[in-house]
Design a protein around this ligand. Structure first.
Ligand code: NAD
Length: 337
């Protein structure tokens, strides 16, 4: 199979590409060709693909998923598209939402259009549990109507609906995954786990939103990539698969664990104004992918988190690269000195 991976230089996409090309991958036959299409925005880094850079099956194309001509040529030469490329940070979408609509809605539409033009193609849309919005208790199944809160989540919901429309209208083989919060090495340090780790390793304070009681389910990036591969190999056209990690934790609980792993205490925490529209809790029911495709998470959160902290400790040069200013720096002045 020839697979086009969009956003393959980002956090999850690069893990996915490395796992596709890894020997001993246990889900299916190895791919004949893996092409990464990535615009290398601030969140993308070719170094994320260094471990597989010399694999003759890997091709890298720097380009934009909004570039119709380029997308058309690339989709023509592949059997499947696994679509990760996105503007992915909620805070940035709150500060300025326009790029999110362009990349996250028009981007997949451009890919879907090309997939229809070139005949039978499989299109895996990598989405998020945030499209369901907050849930006070219990877990959302795939049947739950969408109720996104942030512009980011709304743009992902728009992409999901667009993908399903291409399935219903054109019969395109579309499959959607909706996963919970990912963590692991090589996540850009604007997301909470690497942001807290890198600040604590620098002896700085960490900004905890509101009362810190927001609950998230944590999924190791390797488990997520295995789930996406299962859906690509054995998922059914037109179906949505929730992917969970099995560990729900409040942001306070997460902060406590990170403080301990980084050798800091609660004095390093500064409670800051809550994020606008902050969803209190996400939780997905992933019975469907478990029963249909045999997925369950393998990584323990305790081990995975310790390993992630160790990776950031050992790879300063990766995260000290220049990056755009954070959109929502609500820390008080003294901490920034
Ligand atoms: P990321 O921000 O680390 O990576 C995004 C990648 O997309 C980058 O390499 C970037 O250069 C590329 N990109 C952005 N705009 C592009 C464009 N116009 N054309 C081509 N490439 C472009 O994101 P991530 O955390 O790896 O997330 C990957 C996917 O998974 C996203 O679709 C995101 O919505 C989804 N997701 C992520 C999480 C999470 O916890 N990180 C959770 C649920 C779903």
């Amino acid at each position: 199979m020839r697979i086009l991976v969009t956003g393959g230089a980002g956090f999850i996409g690069s893990h996915f590409v490395r796992s596709l090309l890894a020997p001993g991958e246990d889900t299916a036959a190895p791919p004949a060709l893996v092409t990464v299409l990535d615009a290398l925005t601030y969140a993308g880094d070719r170094a994320n693909l260094t471990p597989v850079a010399h694999d003759p099956r890997l091709a890298f194309v720097q380009g934009d998923i909004l570039d119709e001509g380029l997308v058309d040529r690339l989709v023509a030469g592949h059997d499947a598209v696994v679509h990760f490329a996105a503007e992915s940070h909620v805070d940035r979408s709150i500060a300025a939402g326009r790029a999110f609509v362009a990349t996250n809605v028009l981007g997949p539409q451009t890919l879907l259009e090309a997939a229809v033009r070139h005949g039978p193609r499989t299109f895996v849309q990598v989405s998020t549990d945030e499209v369901y919005g907050t849930i006070p208790a219990g877990s959302w199944t795939e049947e739950q109507p969408l109720a996104p809160s942030s512009p980011y989540a709304a743009s992902k919901a728009g992409a999901d609906l667009m993908a399903l429309a291409y399935h219903r209208t054109h019969g395109l083989d579309v499959r959607i995954t909706r996963c919970s919060n990912n963590y692991g090495p090589r996540q850009f340090p604007e997301k909470v786990i690497p942001r807290f780790i890198t600040r604590l390793l620098d002896g700085r304070k960490v900004p905890l939103y509101g009362d810190g009681r927001h609950v998230r389910d944590w999924l190791h990036v390797e488990d997520h990539c295995r789930a996406v591969r299962l859906v690509l190999d054995r998922g059914r056209p037109g179906e949505i698969y929730n992917v969970g990690g099995g560990l729900e934790l409040s942001n306070r609980g997460l902060t406590r664990r990170l403080l301990e792993l980084c050798g800091a205490d609660w004095d390093s925490v500064e409670q800051v104004a809550d994020r606008k529209g902050h969803d209190a809790r996400y939780s997905v029911d992933w019975t469907k992918i478990r029963t249909e495709l045999g997925y369950s998470p393998r990584r323990s959160f305790t081990e995975g988190l310790a390993e992630t902290v160790a990776w950031y400790r050992e790879n300063r040069s990766w995260w000290e690269r220049p990056s755009p200013p954070e959109p929502h720096l609500s820390l008080s002045a003294p901490e920034r000195n």
